[in-house]
Design a protein around this ligand. Structure first.
Ligand code: AMP
Length: 487
């Protein structure tokens, strides 16, 4: 391997993480938590446990259920402490060496790490570490943490981790397990989510949970305690939860796309139920860009809450005019354009009686390449709709994400190259409207976007990247030139 293998794999990790301290059947509960977080990653999954003497791990390609439903696998994961990870499909190769949690034996003991997000200086650090003689086993950002911890001159695990954290830049939520503690970290801006929960044990002691989203607490009966703060490191052991703030404080910039699309609608993120946020975005969309119509139809599943909000605000009936087949994966992650086209047909079908002769408002959460919208509009027209109006519950996606949401390179984003009118023509709709950036902020409880100090990371809509993109030229030079032109 050379450092340039990093470029090939484009480690855009958009993932789910879960961790437990002092919980009976930790591996089984971690599998449950990962199952609830399956939407954050379907490519691969892994669990690492610690039984007080030894670490044990199982990692595999595919879904949580495919990997952790076998009693023999589970019996090889003893212990009351565990961390787990779901990895999202990326454009890079799917190989076992790129499946988390990563584990290494150090002189101070074992250390496993699972992370969600992207380190924007991973390539630079990788090169520097290789030059120092570090031998990388994978192309994952997380391995950078392992090597930085290995070469740190500090003695305790926590100090070594802080030393490593101070050298990385990026958007990440990280969970780690050592012989002594379960550790959780959110990057200084808090771009990616991480929460703390409590799971009382039969013997009266406290069990602790770290997870990407609250839906992972609900599935295992844990109670929500709080969000891990941006820039906070929590050290969890039998004495409880210790909070450390190793970074200089900066204003938070949570990822607004988690509210729009990525988080599960039954999760509460940064104090706000995602479901309510999506309904309010839909209502705001109706206020901003309503047209006369007979039915509001969501593009399932991601468009459903926004369409409900739109329908409630506009007073037009909400109908399931498109039915989704749940037994196919997300079309977005299929590898070729041809398959992607086919995938949409596999995934969605028109509910003719609802659409025939009607003026239809379709609501979806985002247009990325435009493939889904074009196919859906065509399908709704073929089912006999009189008019098809597309309403999108996010602003136009004009920029790629380098902080952990898997978006294609900028040249493939429809909104990067076309005006709304052109996009409307391309997808074949009678009208097309996106929520405005201020409308999005109003829906999330703000008067408007604060341009001087933005409330969220909204780089995919504004091109304002809050974390320096050191290695941007490495993943994609076309992206670099496009980006430097604009910013
Ligand atoms: P496209 O067909 O490329 O325009 O993709 C748009 C569809 O993909 C929308 O229906 C979204 O719900 C979905 N989508 C948006 N962002 C992502 C993402 N990062 N991963 C998977 N699906 C996505």
């Amino acid at each position: 391997m050379t450092p340039f293998d990093l470029d090939d794999d484009k480690p855009h990790e958009e993932c789910g993480v879960f961790g437990l301290w002092n919980c009976a059947d930790a591996a089984a509960i971690t599998a449950l938590g990962l199952h609830a977080l399956q939407h954050r990653g379907q490519e691969a999954t892994g669990i690492l446990t610690y039984d007080g003497g030894r670490f044990h791990s199982h990692r595999g390609l595919g879904l949580v259920g495919e990997n952790f439903s076998d009693a023999r696998v589970m019996s090889r994961l003893p212990g009351a402490r565990a961390i787990g990870h779901n990895r999202y499909a990326t454009t890079g190769e799917t190989v076992l060496r790129n499946v988390q949690p990563l584990y290494a034996d150090f002189e101070f003991g074992g250390f496993g790490v699972a992370h969600n997000g992207n380190l924007t200086n991973a390539g630079t650090l990788h090169k520097a570490l290789v030059r120092r003689g570090c031998l990388f086993q994978s192309t994952m950002d997380s391995e950078v943490f392992i090597h930085l911890i290995a070469i740190s001159l500090y003695s305790t695990v926590v100090d070594r981790l802080i030393d490593a954290l101070k050298q990385v830049e990026g958007a990440y939520s990280l969970i780690a397990l050592s012989n002594e503690a379960l550790l959780g970290v959110r990057d200084p801006l808090g771009v990616r989510p991480l929460i703390l929960g409590r799971l009382p044990q039969a013997d009266g002691s406290n069990g602790w949970v770290l997870a990407s989203e609250t839906c992972a607490l609900d599935i295992c009966g844990a109670e929500f305690v709080r969000d891990i703060e941006p820039g906070e490191l929590v050290v969890i052991d039998d004495r409880g939860v210790q909070s450390i703030k190793p970074f200089n404080k900066v204003e938070r910039r949570f990822c607004v796309f988690e509210y729009i699309y990525f988080a599960r609608p039954d999760s509460v993120v940064e104090g706000m139920p995602v479901y309510n946020a999506r309904k309010r975005i839909g209502a705001e969309l109706a206020i901003e860009s309503h047209v006369e119509a007979d039915v509001i139809v969501p593009v399932p599943d991601s468009g459903v809450p926004a369409a409900m909000g739109y329908a409630a605000e506009s007073g037009i009936p909400f109908e399931l005019g498109i039915i989704r087949n749940h037994y196919v994966g997300r079309t977005f992650i299929e590898p070729t354009d041809t398959i992607r086209h086919l995938g949409v047909k596999l995934k969605h079908s028109a509910n003719k009686p609802v659409l025939e002769g009607k003026r239809v408002i379709l609501v979806d959460d985002s247009i990325v390449r435009g493939t889904t919208s074009r196919k859906i509009v065509e399908m709704v027209r073929a089912a006999g709709a009189a008019e098809v109006h597309m309403r999108i519950s996010s602003p136009p996606t004009t920029h790629s994400c380098f902080y952990g949401i898997d978006t294609p390179e900028r040249s493939k984003l429809l909104a990067a190259r076309h005006s709304v009118e052109q996009m409307c023509e391309i997808i074949g709709a009678d009208s097309l409207a996106f929520i405005s950036i201020d409308g999005l902020h109003r829906a999330l409880g703000h008067d408007q976007r604060n341009d001087a100090q933005p409330q969220y990371c909204d780089a995919c809509f504004t091109g304002e990247y809050p974390i320096k993109l050191h290695d941007l030229g490495e993943p994609d030079s076309a992206q670099l030139s496009l980006l430097t032109e604009r910013s």
